[in-house]
Design a protein around this ligand. Structure first.
Ligand SMILES: O=C(O)CCC(=O)C(=O)O
Ligand SMILES: [Fe+2]
Length: 276
């Protein structure tokens, strides 16, 4: 979508602070590391994949993963202090993206004949929004490694802001991979697994991946909208009937995100673990 109301200059600044962060020396970035005590990995922070096996091929990607909403859940020690405008710009982007997220959620609700605020109202004051900044350096062996392995998102919905210089994101449809075209200043809004589960499969969370590029580096900024981590997730009773029996088991956002990280590292899909 391009009718999101964010000016090109503002979006340029957002990409700019992300780029400036990744250009910092490694020691500087490691101040925000997602490794605790050298071996334990937490979701938040700077780093790469969680390692679950020695044979695992790590993605060709640097990531910074931070909670941006609610504000009282922000861990500012994991927010870069360089570039200096990082915090303000990401905060403003967060506010502006949330409006787009709500509009999208209202449209989805209408598509399944629910009250337009049905999904919006499911997000309480403990619902978490994660921002993930991805940096994919150019890769000498693009055929051997992914920028990001095939996966679905564990979110309810996701808003992706991609580099308008280099493509790389691909979506799978009917077993075939299609490249997402570069549209300057466009934001891509995607359905995540939790929406697939709640809608009892009416909406599908697309499998996607990022391929690497031999010549060019690439950046993206992804906002994941998730519900209260403790809240139970299951197909909505309104969307289950004899003709469309329940297709997914009950889970919680917390359990599901843990499962997603585990399956992602192993190269399998989390959604398959809750399908009935
Ligand atoms: O870099 C991209 O275009 C997409 C990244 C992505 O799918 C993710 O962070 O979940
Ligand atoms: Fe993704």
């Amino acid at each position: 979508a391009v009718g999101h109301g964010m000016e090109q200059s503002f979006l340029g600044e957002v990409m700019g602070v992300a780029r400036d962060f990744f250009k910092l020396p490694l020691e500087e970035k490691q101040k925000y590391s997602n490794l605790v005590n050298d071996n334990e990995v937490r979701i938040e922070g700077y780093g790469n994949d969680m390692v679950v096996s020695e044979k695992q091929i790590l993605d060709w990607c640097d990531r910074l993963y931070i909670i941006v909403e609610p504000e009282n859940r922000r861990i500012y020690s994991l927010w870069p202090t360089q570039p200096p405008s990082f915090r303000d710009i990401l905060s403003e982007y967060t506010v502006r993206c949330h409006k787009i997220a709500n509009l999208f959620l209202q449209n989805l609700a209408k598509l399944v004949d629910l009250h337009k605020d049905y999904f919006v109202n499911m997000f309480d004051e403990n619902a978490l929004t994660y921002a993930r900044l991805n940096y994919y350096p150019n890769c000498p062996k693009p055929d051997d490694v992914f920028g990001m392995k095939p996966h679905t998102d564990a979110s309810v919905i996701t808003i992706v802001f991609i580099d308008d210089n280099v493509s790389g994101l691909q979506l799978q449809k009917d077993g075939v991979w299609y490249s997402v075209p570069i549209v300057p200043n466009a934001l891509l809004v995607n359905v995540g697994d939790v929406m697939e589960i709640m809608s009892n499969g009416f909406f599908k969370s697309p499998i996607h991946r990022v391929v690497t590029n031999a010549e060019k580096e690439r950046l993206s900024l992804v906002m994941f909208y998730t519900m209260n981590p403790e809240k139970e997730i299951e197909p909505l009773s309104e969307l289950v009937d004899e003709k469309r029996p329940r297709r997914y088991r009950k889970t919680t956002t917390n359990d599901y995100i843990a499962k997603l990280f585990e399956t992602f590292a192993r190269g399998t899909l989390a959604i398959d673990t809750v399908k009935i």
